[in-house]
Design a protein around this ligand. Structure first.
Ligand SMILES: NC(=O)c1ccc[n+]([C@@H]2O[C@H](COP(=O)([O-])OP(=O)(O)OC[C@H]3O[C@@H](n4cnc5c(N)ncnc54)[C@H](OP(=O)(O)O)[C@@H]3O)[C@@H](O)[C@H]2O)c1
Length: 399
């Protein structure tokens, strides 16, 4: 008899969270929603509670949690608040699979809580893997937990790799390199200055519909650098084994080149429901067709090109931080979070996103007495705080 998989979705009101609920509803029998968590969007959360009837709910913002309680006087799920509430759901003994689709470094503590409880985590929230991926993989190994990538490119690579390679962490012995594809975002073909790009223009991604932070990270290509670091950590590779390729059609979501010369790639329409479904149903591949397949005969051409690092300086910064390792990726991710939020909400120029991150990393370079390699988790959390503060100072001078 097949057991029901009980799912917790942390970040349920966002783009990935909503898609995860659509997939869950389509999968039907054999899957049940255990809990939901979000930041503060009680309107969206209320609708989800009424439709999916989770046992437990967490809201990061205590004020929003109070309002939610007031709006649901009877027959409501247990409501938790704050980071502790999110961590509680992440380690819930009644949840079999945790979908982590929060955005930013806030996901680190719930991810750690889930891994330490030996959970299987369907991971979309890439920032914690950028910040502390090596340590998180060690925690997963120590507690018998598993991370299933949801991000389309890491998922493509996961789907192309033999499972025993992933389980043993021995992918680097079989792989020559990873071909990590990037659409190039909305400004790939723009040859003028991007100084006066508006928020609206930057949010217009040609192929993907996503939350605001990742959409801006995709426009600067910082997102591709984050993915390179995420992939390095997930599959225990060297940064030198990861090659970024611009592929404007977003049909081939990444490929693995093996030592024997074979290349395996995963192809599908750009729709996050497919990698989410793969993670929810893993190790099975569901027969349910949520996304129509690509019609190869109708494709005119698939283009691949090397990125111009001069045009996309954020990608250059991220790849360099990934190669340096240690505390650098944590500083990179934290400074980017501040810079992107300031572009979206506080009038920072699009081109100053790079400037804020680059200057923060330069300050780190000059700082004395910092253990830059082999950091502990505490060192990384401290670095996150330090880089945020530095980046905020830089933003204040620019807006
Ligand atoms: N969207 C995609 O297609 C895609 C693809 C690949 C990877 N990813 C990665 O997946 C993650 C989520 O992306 P997204 O596009 O779904 O983001 P999003 O649409 O902005 O959604 C973010 C979710 O996180 C919640 N959240 C934000 N801050 C929180 C906090 N402090 N405490 C608790 N919850 C909080 C939000 O709740 P509220 O709504 O209440 O604020 C929302 O549910 C990101 O790391 C992104 O890089 C996304």
């Amino acid at each position: 008899m097949r057991l029901t998989k009980r799912i917790a979705i942390l970040g349920s009101t966002g783009s990935i969270g909503q898609n995860a609920l659509k997939v869950l509803a389509a999968l039907g029998d054999g899957y049940r929603l255990q809990s939901l968590a979000a930041g503060k969007d009680i309107r969206a959360l209320l609708k989800q509670i009424r439709r999916f009837r989770p046992k437990r709910v967490a809201l990061f913002d205590p004020g929003a949690a109070k309002k939610l309680c007031a709006r649901m006087p009877r027959a409501r799920p247990q409501i938790l608040t704050g980071l502790d509430g999110l961590c509680e759901l992440a380690r819930d003994p009644e949840a079999d699979l945790i979908v982590l689709s929060l955005v930013g470094a806030v996901g680190l503590a719930p991810l750690l809580a889930a891994l330490r409880a030996g959970k299987t985590v369907a991971l979309a929230n890439k920032e914690p893997m950028v910040m502390a991926g090596e340590l998180l993989m060690e925690e997963a190994h120590r507690h018998g937990a598993q991370i299933l990538p949801v991000d389309s490119e890491p998922s493509a690579i996961f789907q192309c790799l033999p499972p025993h390679c992933v389980a043993r962490g021995s992918a680097s012995q079989t792989i020559e390199k990873i071909l990590l594809t990037a659409s190039g975002g909305p400004f790939l073909r723009s040859n003028g200055s991007l100084k006066h790009i508006s928020v609206k223009q930057a949010l217009r991604h040609p192929n993907w519909k996503m939350g605001p932070k990742i959409t801006i990270d995709s426009a600067t290509l910082m997102n591709k650098g984050f993915e390179a670091i995420e992939i390095k950590n997930l599959f225990r590779l060297r940064m030198e084994q990861i090659e970024v390729l611009i592929h404007p059609q977003s049909i081939l979501h990444s490929a693995v080149e093996f030592r024997d010369g074979s290349i395996l790639a995963q192809m599908s329409r750009p729709d996050m429901r497919l990698p989410i479904q793969y993670a929810l149903t893993f190790p099975e591949r569901a027969t349910l067709r949520t996304v129509a397949p690509v019609n190869l005969a109708s494709l005119r051409n698939l283009e691949f090109d090397r990125p111009d690092l001069g045009q996309f300086p954020c990608l250059k910064l991220a790849l360099a931080a990934g190669r340096r390792g240690g505390v650098y990726p944590a500083a990179l991710s934290a400074a980017d979070e501040v810079a992107v939020s300031s572009f979206l909400n506080a009038g920072l120029r699009f081109t100053d996103i790079h400037r804020v991150v680059a200057e923060t990393l330069s300050d780190l370079e000059r700082m004395k007495g910092v253990a830059r390699s082999h950091p502990s988790l505490e060192d990384l959390v401290e670095m996150d705080q330090w880089a945020r503060q530095k980046a905020e100072e830089k933003v204040r001078k620019l807006v």
